[in-house]
Write a protein that binds this ligand. Structure first.
Ligand code: SF4
Length: 370
């Protein structure tokens, strides 16, 4: 690999692993990995990005930037030209405002607007102001010159926690206010950084937006329910449930449905993609899914309430429900691998990427030479 187009702090192996994982997530054949990698290396394909914060906790930015592994955040920051981000930029006050104004002018019609946070609409939007302007006005102005908008996180997608009844500030998501621009929702509290990275890489590779579902979410990431590929699914199918935190069923890794798990009604790839590059996600460490990618679940349905089950029967390809290991139910690893292999090419691809050796490879030069 030549020096041109390298990402500081990212080894060649990590770069390829990430491109393999992203290609698998996007449902692309393995032969497309080189095209995705080429698009990621091309410096002239970096879209200008203006990133606005409204009613939020900055958790979406934090999850993206504080990943345990630097590859994802490095790639994202090198893939885009991040012209304005209130949390990251060194400037402040008038300097920051000028930077925003200049960037919108210089890239008019071509920049990607990323919105983090809900937008209050009550009382003329006075509940969130930056530089004397309401979030509503700032959004309208920035959206006017944008090529497309990415609403990152559940707050920007649907209003989030601010919009829970009685919704005192009249908080809404971007799609409730902007009607004349392509808008991609990447909900989650926080969303997985890979879903943002894959969306940007898809755009860089194909120069178009990925296919979206009716909620405006990329289908490659939100096309399936968490429940379909959960490692606890065989326990669900066998009727083995944890009934209280810390009880015998809970400590044996049984299904968390009766503790309020929203996995059967939540479209997201958490059970396949997982978080923090160490293979964990809430359900794997004993906490029920809270449905954070769904507009009507997160903070709007009580955590202990059970969601309706629409597909009570397991797919034929699932692990047998009586699979035993030394007198116990199926262990999470076994059932998880079986579920992934049977049901998800995406999972298989990501697993393959993760299985690439981590140790130093012969001649590994951290990307300094081909
Ligand atoms: Fe489904 Fe949740 Fe049980 Fe997993 S823990 S099988 S997502 S109900």
């Amino acid at each position: 690999m030549s020096k041109e187009g390298l990402f500081p702090g990212t080894t060649r192996r990590d770069f390829i692993k990430t491109c393999v994982a992203v290609s698998a997530m996007l449902g692309l054949p393995f032969s497309m990995v080189s095209k995705v990698a080429a698009a990621a290396r091309k410096s002239d394909s970096r879209p200008a990005v203006i990133w606005l914060h409204f009613q939020e906790c900055t958790g979406c930015s934090e999850s993206l930037l504080r990943s345990t592994h630097p590859t994802v955040s490095n790639l994202i920051l090198d893939l885009i030209s991040l012209d304005y981000h209130e949390t990251l930029m060194a400037g402040s006050g008038h300097q920051a405002e000028k930077s925003l104004h200049d960037s919108m002018l210089a890239n008019k019609g071509n920049y990607i607007l990323v919105v983090e946070g809900g937008i209050p609409t009550k009382d003329n939007g006075i509940y969130c102001k930056v530089s004397g302007k309401t979030a509503q006005d700032s959004l309208k102005k920035a959206a006017d010159g944008a090529l497309a908008i990415i609403a990152i996180g559940t707050c920007a997608s649907y209003g989030g926690i601010q919009s829970v009844g009685p919704n005192p500030t009249g908080a809404v998501g971007v799609r409730d206010l902007v009607k004349d621009k392509p808008i991609i929702n990447i909900p989650g509290c926080p969303p997985n950084p890979y879903n943002f990275l894959s969306t940007v890489l898809y755009y860089a590779t194909f120069k178009k937006l990925p296919e979206l579902d009716q909620m405006g979410r990329p289908k490659f990431a939100y096309g399936r329910k968490i429940h379909e590929h959960c490692e606890r699914r065989p326990h669900f199918d066998a009727g083995r449930f944890a009934r209280a935190f810390g009880d015998d069923g809970h400590s044996q890794g049984y299904c968390l449905y009766k503790l309020g798990c929203k996995g059967p009604a939540t479209y997201a790839n958490c059970s396949v993609l997982r978080f923090n590059d160490v293979g964990v996600w809430p359900v794997s460490v004993g906490h029920p899914c809270i449905g954070c990618t769904e507009p009507d679940l997160l903070f709007k349905t009580a955590i202990a309430d059970k969601v309706q089950i629409h597909e009570p029967t397991p797919f034929d390809s699932y692990a047998p429900v009586d699979l035993k290991e030394k007198g116990k139910g199926p262990d999470p690893l076994t059932t998880g691998v079986i579920g992934l292999a049977a049901g998800a090419a995406i999972g298989a691809g990501i697993m393959m990427a993760k299985k690439l050796p981590d140790g130093p490879e012969k001649g590994d030069d951290h990307g300094q030479s081909e």
